[in-house]
Write a protein that binds this ligand. Structure first.
Ligand code: ADP
Ligand code: MG
Length: 250
């Protein structure tokens, strides 16, 4: 199997607090890994180390075998990373279609001079239409984000991330704030994307949905790796149970 991501012995300290401590994580091509852990476990911080928003005190991050630890975020995106953020941030004045079309055209608009030549976004719109269909939003492509329910905006965020054609899709709590029905339906979509070949690292609090769709779990607690492996094995691990019950914490 081809290795897509390798986080090697990463440590992040904020003041005296270890947000992430000596963490190792490997993701192979085609995997869907659920990344869980109690609040404050350092999940978002590790995600930020992967995307380059937070620089680790020590350790390295490799994407498809290339050391990206010192690379800026936009270069990591070019190298194959995309992140759907926990807080959705669509461009409010643009339709759903154009929100995705802009992400499809990021290759062009990345270069200031080249972007001056971009007067025709028909091909980006066609691509955006396909992506919105993939996430189940065909019927609302011409609507503005402000009129859409949160469940749709989360799908829009996923479509925008997919527009970058990522080798690895990072999702930070996509189900947060959704009703049980919306959450189950978005989880189904995530599982479908994975079945179609998309490699995904899914941070999620909704254990029920994570356990339902993720074959593999990675658990972090207090900044440290607690467990990694098959979902049922990890969930029956006493250390994981203790972490979730709040037992055994200093
Ligand atoms: N930018 C920051 N500055 C200072 N402390 C931070 C920062 N980001 C996170 N932390 C701390 O690091 C720890 C892990 O936080 P976080 O990565 O957000 O956990 P999680 O996403 O698992 O809830 C917490 O103690 C949090 O307060
Ligand atoms: Mg978080």
């Amino acid at each position: 199997m081809t290795e897509i991501l390798h986080v090697r012995d990463v440590t992040v300290r904020f003041g005296g607090v270890y947000a992430v401590q000596n963490v190792d994580l490997r993701i192979n091509n085609g995997e869907l890994i659920g990344f869980i852990g109690p609040n404050g476990a350092g999940k978002t911080t590790l995600m930020r180390v992967i995307t380059g928003i937070v620089q680790p005190q020590s350790g390295r991050v490799f994407l498809q075998g290339v050391d990206i630890t010192d690379k800026a975020t936009h270069l990591r995106i070019r190298a194959g990373l995309a992140l759907a953020q926990q807080i959705v941030q669509p461009l409010r004045a643009l339709t759903l279609l154009d929100n995705v079309a802009i992400a499809c055209g990021s290759d062009k608009t990345r270069h200031a001079l080249k972007s001056m030549w971009v007067t025709d976004i028909r091909s980006e719109r066609a691509q955006a239409r396909e992506l919105l269909a993939r996430v189940g939003l065909s019927h609302v492509v011409d609507e503005l984000p402000g009129t859409m329910p949160l469940g749709y905006l989360k799908r829009l965020e996923v479509a925008r991330a997919l527009a970058l054609n990522p080798r690895l899709l990072l999702l930070d709590e996509p189900l947060a704030g959704l009703s049980q029905k919306e959450a189950a339906s978005l989880a189904d979509l995530i599982a479908t994307l994975n079945a179609d070949g998309q490699t995904i690292l899914l941070i999620e609090h909704n254990l029920r949905e994570v356990m339902r769709i993720c074959p593999t779990l990675y658990v972090q607690d207090n900044g440290k790796s607690l467990a990694f492996g098959k979902t049922d094995q990890v969930m029956s691990d006493p250390n994981v149970r203790n972490a979730y019950l709040g037992v055994g914490h200093a």
